[in-house]
Design a protein. Structure first.
Ligand code: HEM
Length: 148
């Protein structure tokens, strides 16, 4: 059957699905951190403990598996589609690396909050929340428009 024949398109569909899951989680976790930090600052310890639980579940069920799959499928697509020599892929990889670094930072900040340490102001935390949206805009333009 022709529909099963094009492995590249199946890989691409899977890549895009896991991208959606990863980015959705990357929008949720930093927002959770804002609420978590506010609960800590107000001394609402029960609520803060609930945020620790939600953050842990989000990481284990969505964020870590989705990021792993996006990387595996993306690298496979680049190899199968012979895109390694193309400039847009190198630029895209730089943004994806930055987004992965941001992911790691958000997880480490969640762990600090779980220990009761809140190092950033609420305003800074809210501003940093915009990073995944900006990275997604750059990445999608690079892979769809392929300007170079
Ligand atoms: C982890 C490293 C990644 C690699 C190596 C990678 C690589 C690729 C490759 C080779 C393609 C196929 C391009 C084509 O056939 O023209 C692709 C498609 C795509 N990627 Fe990624 N990708 C990665 C991560 C991401 C991330 C984080 C996003 C979004 C934030 C993303 C969004 C997309 C989209 C939307 C497409 C479909 C483009 C289209 O079919 O027009 N990718 N990716």
């Amino acid at each position: 059957m022709a529909v099963l024949g094009n492995a590249y398109l199946w890989l691409l569909a899977a890549h895009i699905l896991f991208v959606i899951f990863w980015i959705a989680g990357m929008f949720m976790l930093p927002r959770y951190l804002v609420y978590h930090q506010e609960a800590l600052a107000a001394g609402r310890t029960d609520e803060a403990a609930t945020w620790v639980e939600r953050e842990t579940k989000l990481r284990h069920i969505i964020l870590t598996p989705a990021m792993t799959m996006v990387w595996l499928l993306g690298l496979t697509l680049a190899t199968v589609g012979q895109h390694w020599g193309e400039g847009w892929l190198h630029a895209k990889l730089a943004f994806v690396l930055a987004l992965s670094g941001y992911h790691g930072w958000a997880v480490s900040y969640a762990k600090k909050l779980a220990r009761g340490e809140a190092r950033l102001s609420g305003r800074t935390l809210r501003m940093i929340n915009e990073v995944p949206a900006l990275a997604a805009v750059a990445i999608v333009i690079l892979v769809v428009v392929k300007p170079f």
